[in-house]
Design a protein around this ligand. Sequence first.
Ligand SMILES: Nc1ncnc2c1ncn2[C@@H]1O[C@H](COP(=O)(O)OP(=O)(O)OP(=O)(O)O)[C@@H](O)[C@H]1O
Ligand SMILES: [Mg+2]
Length: 317
Amino acid sequence: MDPYTAPFCESYLFGDKVFSVIEVERLVKDFGRFRAVDDVSFEVEKGEIFGILGPNGAGKTTIIMILATLLKPTKGRAFVAGHDVVKEASKVRKKIGVVFQETTLDLELTARENLDFHARLYGMKGKEKERRISEVLELVELNEKADVVVKKFSGGMKRRLEIARGLIHFPEVLLLDEPTLGLDAITRRKIWDYIMKARKETTIVLNTNYIEEAEKLCDRVAIMNRGRIIAIDDPKNLVDLAESVIVLEGTGFDRMMDVVERYRYSISGNALRIYTKNGSEILPEIISSAVRKGVEIKSARIERPTLEDVFVQMAKK
Ligand SMILES: Nc1ncnc2c1ncn2[C@@H]1O[C@H](COP(=O)(O)OP(=O)(O)OP(=O)(O)O)[C@@H](O)[C@H]1O
Ligand SMILES: [Mg+2]
């Protein structure tokens, strides 16, 4: 079978309800008195790469663990491939591949043996199993290392093998918890390539705290902070939501504070920074007022926000 055209259902119809591949409804997870996930809802459509972006402790892993049926929600519901993660946990487990934040490979086995063990768990056997093992090894470019014991692998190679293992049984959903955490920039890009290849055969939910990773890979991103989703959108739209920054370099800004104070601003050294959504419309007014008031301006520019700015601005709210 072509590894990139694995079978998976078009939609999930139960009774008269059509499910998205993943549906999360008002999910809450408490650890004792601490609320780690607070009223989180989202849906993921077939074929999407959906990112959950947030700082340490935001609740990303907790959500993945609930989707993977390894933690029970305190309140709310979640469905994966049409199945309830609590009431139909074993059905959900058959439909998902998971790559955890910490490695779960058997270090004493070779790459091939790790994959073989996993494939057997999912009832694969014979030629079909062998073929699939070669396919996933090829996808992450580990064929040549197939018979090397995993304890000799670098961190990047282990991650690649884990992605291969997550895909082995043609899961409908692949859950990736910080797939490039701690890897160097080049290895990270390689992993991104493998994830882009994997998306041809499965829907992906990916946790990350790397903004660049969310921008590069994800069709939609949920920005999480302290257990809550503070925004969900296409990463490009999220960037448009953020304020751009007008940066003026010069001296004598105190003479034009009446204008500057209409906006959010900061001054450090010779630079005045004004934060606003419509920077290019406001810039001429700012400059002409500076000229009128005898402020000496050496340079002026508008910085377009990055997803990082969006994140910082939203997390403050
Ligand atoms: N088993 C647990 N018992 C108590 N508190 C927990 C448990 N698991 C997670 N937490 C807390 O819940 C919060 C969310 O944790 P979670 O691991 O989901 O965050 P995360 O977004 O994955 O962070 P990171 O980027 O560091 O992996 C944290 O404050 C964490 O300390
Ligand atoms: Mg985590």
